[in-house]
Each structure stands twice: as C-alpha cells, then as structure tokens.
Write a protein that binds this ligand. Structure first.
Ligand SMILES: Cc1cc2nc3c(=O)[nH]c(=O)nc-3n(C[C@H](O)[C@H](O)[C@H](O)COP(=O)(O)O)c2cc1C
Length: 407
C-alpha cells in the first residue's frame, strides 16, 4: 500500500469543497460564460447559425490563402515578456480619430449583419457603447444610420461608405451620418468588384436568402436563429431604403470599378469629420490616400474576402507606416482573433485595431450579450499580455517588444 499515511475522510472539509451550481435560467449567459476565447465563441456561433450565414462570415475569397496566412503570420509573432518590471496595472484606453476609446480596438463595418443574428447592428452598437469603443456601421448595414444612432446615443459611431459613381447618393448618406452624430467616415476602396467567395457559391448563398429544402433542414436544429429570423422585420439595406431598386441591383451599383482618387478628394471636401481610407495595403496607395487629404488609413485586406493572395495587413503595416510617417493614424484589421493579435499590431505601428469576424462570432453566439463577451475576452487578453510584457499604457507598446522570426 505504499508509504501514504491514511485517515478517515473529513466530511466537513468535503462538504466545503462541493460546489454544485444551481442551473442558470439565463442559458445564453451560461453558454457565453463558458467561452474562454474567441475560438470558443466561434464554435458556439457555428452550432447556432445556419451554415450559409456562418460561412458567409467565416469564409474568405478564393482558396482563402490570404485569410489562412493572416492567421499564420499573427501566430508567428513573439511577444517579449519583461520580468520584474513593476507593472501592477495596465491602462487600455487610447485615443483615435480625435476622440477617446476605452479599449484599443473597435468594431469593423460589416454588411448584412442581421442575417448573422437578428439583433444585428443594434446589438453590436449597444455592446460597443457599453464598452466605450467605436462601432462602425456599413453602407450595407441592415439597420439604418438613424436606427443605430437611436440605439447607441452615447456611443462613438463611425460610418463606412462605399463610394458610388452617383455622387448624389454618397452625398445624401454622408450628410445623414453627420447629422446623426457619426464622427468618423471610413471610405472602403478595396471593392471595385465583389470578391469571389467560393463557400458562398457552394452553399448557394443568396442575398436576400432563399428558403430552399436545404435551408429548412438546416433550420431544424437552429430553432432560435430561425424563430428570430421569422419573427422580426425582413432584411434590407436599411440606410438605402429610400431607393426603389431591388437588392441585387443595389449590390451591383455598390461596387464601382470606375472610381479613382478624384472621387476621394470630392468626399474629403464634403465630410468635415475624420476621414479614413479603408483597404490600403501598399506604400503607393498610402501616399495617394494621404495626398487626397485622408486623416488616416485602415490597413486591411478586408479579412481576406476580396483579393486572395493579397498582402497580409500585419506585414503591410510596417511599409505603410514608413511611407506615411508617425503622424498619420493607422488602423489595422484582418485576422484579429485574440488580444495577442491586437497587442502585436499595436507594437508593430498600428494606432488602433478593428475586429470584423471576432465581433460577428460573438453576435452569432449570443446577440448583444455575445458581442459584449467577445469584447470582454479580447480586453482581458490585451490586459494580461500587456502586464506580462511590462507595458503600463497603450502608448508604451513599440516594435522592440515583439519579434517575428523570418518566414
Ligand atoms: C460578413 C462580413 C461583412 C463585411 N462587410 C463589410 C462592409 O460592408 N464594408 C466594409 O468596408 N467591410 C466589410 N467587411 C470587412 C470588415 O470591415 C473588416 O475589414 C474585416 O472583417 C476584418 O477582418 P476580420 O474579419 O478577420 O477581423 C465585412 C467582413 C465580414 C466578415
């Protein structure tokens, strides 16, 4: 029996260890609380969302080479720990586009968001308001500029514009956004045509969604999504509801391959708030965007959803930063799935980061509460990484605190 000295179990001690949890009546909260990171939220999202909607978010263009490489690149970055540095507290607040944000990241613009979860942009903007971070509304959003402004009156709101050749339409949207209190305009320029998303083709994904036999089978084990979908108002590009065109016509008119930098200069004259150009990946385009009067850039490959084999945002960042100098603000997105990705990006020269899929996984996993959980998880990861790296503030993060072995 070995050398253990045995005794009778101490019942009182045993009882003190037993912690049977009373099952929570809030099943959504209980489900979300179990998620330890964004990858867990992604799994919950996949279980609860019809395949076509989940893949619309999760997928990317072509063979998804850019999307996969973005993951590999982020995973290859080393964060350097600093020992005995006396960093008891790390302050995660920062400032971007002329105003504060409680965290160094915000929510990226995503189209058709109520397709992912009925709470859509209202859930997203409220969660962002609660966290004190900016929320970006897409031109192709499924809640209007005014609806989002009413849902999150105290939150910082950014508007993402797809520039049309029809300048009157762009002008009307920009004026509405300014009137509704949106403080920053993101002009997305990486969509002269829509990217080829093969998962969507294979899933027969259509906008608006079609109810086929396959959709009904898919529905049978995602009852909550379907109940929400069928009992809320129909999906539409809410800010464009004054146009009489049907959805495919609107989508086709949204992507305009004849746009050039003169169109950008025109928008610059129109918009008095901060103006960021979203979708810059090369030094040449960065220089042109700066010359056109942009206040800042969003270094982004649209989450790998446009040009497959496009450069990885994290790698393009260094060159773009060198081109435009330290003064111009740079936001990075594409591939952010953890606090470590955020910290690495800030160290490499980004002033701020946007989350696209990470936000939508939270939304699909549990509506507004799910987005709050996603923000919470990322914030905690940023905080812990900063403490272990000995950084007391976002401003202290710099390129000497990361290392990226050559690929
Ligand atoms: C489902 C989905 C819809 C999107 N719709 C838009 C859009 O309407 N306008 C836009 O500028 N970017 C759009 N994006 C791109 C995001 O703004 C962002 O650049 C991208 O999601 C960042 O990569 P990540 O998803 O890996 O974080 C969309 C992204 C996703 C996943």
């Amino acid at each position: 029996m070995g050398t253990l000295k045995r005794q009778l179990p101490d019942v009182a001690e045993l009882i003190s260890l037993v912690k049977f949890k009373v099952p929570s009546t809030d099943r959504r909260a209980a489900r979300l609380a179990k998620a330890a990171d964004l990858w867990d939220l992604r799994k919950i999202a996949q279980r609860r969302t019809p395949t076509a909607a989940f893949d619309y978010v999760d997928g990317a263009a072509g063979r998804e080479i850019t999307a996969k490489r973005a993951r590999e690149v982020f995973d290859s970055v080393e964060l350097l720990p600093r020992i005995l540095h006396g960093t008891a507290h790390s302050d995660l607040s920062t400032s971007i586009a002329g105003a504060p944000s409680k965290l160094p990241f915000g929510i990226a613009p995503t189209g058709f968001t109520r397709f992912m979860h009925s709470e859509g942009e209202i859930g997203g903007s409220r969660a962002a308001q609660k966290a004190g971070i900016p929320f970006s509304l897409s031109t192709m959003g499924t809640r209007s500029i005014e609806e989002v402004a009413a849902a999150a009156p105290q939150g910082r709101k950014w508007f993402q514009l797809y520039l049309w050749k029809d300048r009157e339409k762009s002008k009307a949207l920009v004026e509405r956004a300014a009137k509704a209190g949106f403080d920053t305009l993101l002009v997305t320029v990486d969509t002269p045509v829509a990217g080829q998303r093969h998962r969507d083709t294979r899933n027969g994904m259509k906008i608006p969604p079609e109810l086929t036999l396959r959709t009904f089978i898919d529905a049978s084990y995602r009852p909550e999504w379907w109940f929400n979908f069928l009992t809320t108002d129909s999906l539409k590009f809410a800010s464009l509801s004054d146009t009489s065109a049907d959805l495919p016509t609107i989508i086709n008119s949204m992507f305009d391959s004849s746009l050039d930098f003169d169109d950008l200069k025109w928008i610059r004259e129109l918009w008095k708030g901060k103006l960021f150009i979203k979708g810059v990946l090369t030094t040449e385009d960065a220089a042109k965007a700066k010359a056109a009067g942009a206040d800042g850039l969003v270094v982004s490959n649209h989450g790998g959803r446009q040009l497959d084999r496009a450069p990885i945002a994290f790698e393009a960042l260094r060159e773009v930063r060198a081109e435009v100098g330290e003064e111009m603000e740079i936001i990075l997105d594409s591939g952010i799935m953890s606090g470590a990705d955020i910290v690495a990006s800030l160290c490499a020269g980004a002033d701020f980061v946007l989350i696209g899929r990470a936000y939508l996984y939270g939304l699909m996993a549990g509506g507004e509460q799910g987005v709050t959980r996603a923000i919470e998880l990322l914030a905690k990861e940023v905080e812990v990484a900063m403490q272990l790296m000995g950084a007391a503030s976002i401003g202290e993060l710099n390129a000497r605190m990361i290392r990226q072995p050559r690929r």
